[in-house]
Design a protein. Sequence first.
Length: 461
Amino acid sequence: MEPEEMEQLLQKILQDFRNTSSLHSGLNYDQIKSRLMPFTLDEPGGIDAVVKAIDAYLDTSVNTGHPGFLRAFWGPSEPASIVASLLTDVRNTTMHSFAVAPSATIIETEMIKAISDLAGFPGHGIFTTGGSNSNEMGFLCAREDALPGSSVNGLSGQNLRAFSSVEAHYSVDAAANMIGIGTDALIRIPCIDGKMDPQALNEAIIQEKQNGNLPFIILSTAGTTVRGSFDDLNAISEIAQKHGIWHHVDAAWGGAALFSNKHRNLLNGIEKADSFAFDAHKMIGSSMVCSAFLVHDESILSRTMSHTNRGDYLFDDPNKELSLGRISPQCGRRADALKLWFSWLEQGKKGLGERVNSCIDASKHLAHLVEEHPQLILVSFSFSNVCIRFTPHSNETIEQGNQRVRKVRNYLEDHAKCMVLDSILDNQLVIRFTASHPNVDKAATEEFLSNLIEANEKISL
């Protein structure tokens, strides 16, 4: 492909970025597959084949910038972040060593320091493949802290125990699985109004110790997936310090509040934790993926990733102590920090904070409208999460109400009105709305509410 042809294709993609289109194509799996074909060619197809493929992808993929895209904690990429992603692709930078990624290494190091500064951390950490990977890193570091040398010697017969709330993200189970302790070793603590119960946590830790097990990590959540709740980080840190247990905070969703002067208090106490996860590709708007794992102890990552000592063929340059591959589970890794760097430069902390405020204001507006609507029940509102259920019909059971929620959700998505998820909360199925990008403004919440009521009436006919 000639440079001029590449520029032509990039212009084509950028033109679509500025266009508004429907939420999704409405096509099924077989129709989408047919539209995308062919996937391989024996003979060169040239630029025409690529143009056809671009058109097919844009026509059949979900428009995450649509005001009705409410299903996830992310939306369209910030333009500056797209430029950064393209820049890293042009250089094809990989982050294993300073020798091959000198600029990107410095940028990532400075972004880690900048995020850390917002949270009261000293400035140590690494970019990861996502919030789930960051939580797994928390587990690995906690294991090394509780069992020094475990990165080499393994668990040494110890029965480790981890603790998180019943509303924590499923990646906590994945982390327990991945590090080899099994999901049964994860103790789920009950919540009070969506927040982990500190007293129940303390009692569970004491019980596990009495059972001869070794508690090694408490994972608290700053912004739960369904309810959007923030655990009491001060209270949990106090318990963790009392028992000598690693405290990791999953702030993949709620960490965006670090940029907001108005909502920073939601994360009070995070500075007392040992580590935390942060996703810039959620409410901050960086393109996928832009995640970081931050720690207090500068030495814990190198001890946890001690297997990298065998990679002399990678870290053979004079500045190998600067190579981030020594403290990462990955060898080949994208220079994701540039995405946050460019967005931060363009908008500043003030602009990114205003973005967060806008999302929360939109959700607050919807929560107020739901409270006032006779056909709806506001089950929960926290951060940017609004959980909704329909006012029961006469003699309607909880299960029948659940079926109504599911039918409405399906109707909204099938008719491309909006994409929103449903989930069990307080033993009942709810619609979970969240504003995670600026296109979901107050007008969009009113449109969502109108569509929600209309769908409820349609499925009831």
